[in-house]
Design a protein. Sequence first.
Length: 157
Amino acid sequence: MSVEHIDQATDVFKEFLKKKDLKITRQREILLRRIFETTEHLTAENLEDMVKGDGISKATIYRTLQLLVECGMVKEVDLGEDRRYYEHVFGHPAHDHIVCVDCRKVFEFDVADLQGVEDAITKRLGFKPVGHSLRIEAKCDGLRKNGVCNRQVTRVL
């Protein structure tokens, strides 16, 4: 992630906080930067490890994650395992996830193919879509055929 993109995200977050009569504290800015410096799907615990030594409490991490989700800059993602994962979505195209049930690797895919299906279903049922989340659990053909998966991994759970 470029410095310019992180600075732009910081400005958007500052404006969001200002509308809520909140300030961009040093801790919130550090957390935002750490989240936007990685392309991984993070848990609050991962984030806590990333900011060790910065004097940021677990409560501040959870509150800041919720603010970033509310702001629309970070999305909570269900990758299974009864854990909350987060990824930054500000400035990124929408995507969904495939989780390999064999090796637990996570792969992202473009949602363009699903847009028509989503629109048709919501229209037929009388809704207007405002978002969605899709996780496909699958088995890797390469792993079954060759005993190894050579796919580029997004994240290993």
